[in-house]
Design a binder for this molecule. Structure first.
Ligand SMILES: [Zn+2]
Length: 77
């Protein structure tokens, strides 16, 4: 679900680079934290559905990239 949101945010250009303020163009290494961390752990209670992703600005002259669980922070509506 979050993966779809990230894809849509990038195609809609609503994710903005904090350095150059242009739309973030790419992402990679999406990981669903629920699946990767809790799967098979036997823990009850199911968690919040976080994810971690590397965001890459990708605009010319800007080398910003960040691996974060908080990609929503860069959303500009
Ligand atoms: Zn940038």
């Amino acid at each position: 679900m979050s993966l779809e949101r990230i894809k849509r945010a990038i195609s809609d250009k609503t994710l903005r680079c904090p350095l150059c303020a242009k739309p973030i163009l790419r992402f990679e290494k999406y990981v669903d934290l629920v699946a990767s961390v809790w799967d098979g752990a036997g823990d009850s209670g199911v968690e919040t559905g976080g994810c971690k992703v590397t965001l890459i600005c990708g605009n010319e002259g800007c080398s910003w990239k960040e691996r974060s669980e908080y990609w929503q922070n860069y959303l500009k509506e």
